[in-house]
Write a protein that binds this ligand. Structure first.
Ligand code: MG
Length: 171
């Protein structure tokens, strides 16, 4: 089960301790898209989100990596944030991640931030990235595939041996 357990867990992307990540030697940040930086059913981002990305863009190489097929929404938001995006990435598989080549950067200097254990966290852990879970922004409107993933996810959260509890954040 440990490959489904994140290295750190925060409430949202606004709560992530980016200074701590820098100090750990993290140079690259991959962000999941839906329900991590934007609500699944929303088409615009807040000023707060724009501000955050403007700030952390100075300290990290940043990519948005999404399994989403809604390219237009992804393109629009990523353009607005001035962050390159990787579409149809098929997380937890490596196809999307492998589209970016980093020179001289080791996997342990890369962090993945996302809201799903089965795609974002598992995908990051199997590649040796630092994995960071955030709570989903909005669960109600998720697609069927994600709803299915949540059932398995709840099993992980409900298994005491895993030492992870919804809302018990750690880093
Ligand atoms: Mg997501």
């Amino acid at each position: 089960m440990s490959s489904f357990i994140p290295d750190a867990y925060y409430k949202s992307i606004f709560d992530v301790n980016y200074d701590k990540l820098s100090n750990k030697g993290i140079k690259v940040l991959f962000f999941d898209f839906d329900n991590t930086i934007i609500e699944h059913d929303s088409y615009s981002i807040s000023e707060k989100t724009k501000k955050l990305f403007k700030k952390i863009n100075n300290n990290f190489i940043i990519y948005v990596i999404s399994n989403s097929f809604n390219s237009k929404k992804l393109d629009n938001i990523c353009n607005e944030l001035k962050i390159p995006c990787i579409k149809r990435s098929m997380k937890p598989l490596g196809f999307g991640y492998r589209k970016v080549k980093f020179k001289g950067i080791k996997n342990k200097e890369i962090a993945m931030i996302g809201d799903q254990l089965l795609t974002d966290i598992y995908g990051a852990n199997r590649r040796g990235y630092y994995s960071i879970l955030v709570d989903p922004l909005k669960q109600k409107t998720e697609v069927v595939f994600t709803k299915f993933n949540r059932i398995f996810e709840n099993k992980i959260f409900n298994n005491k041996e895993n030492n992870i509890k919804r809302g018990s954040y750690y880093d």
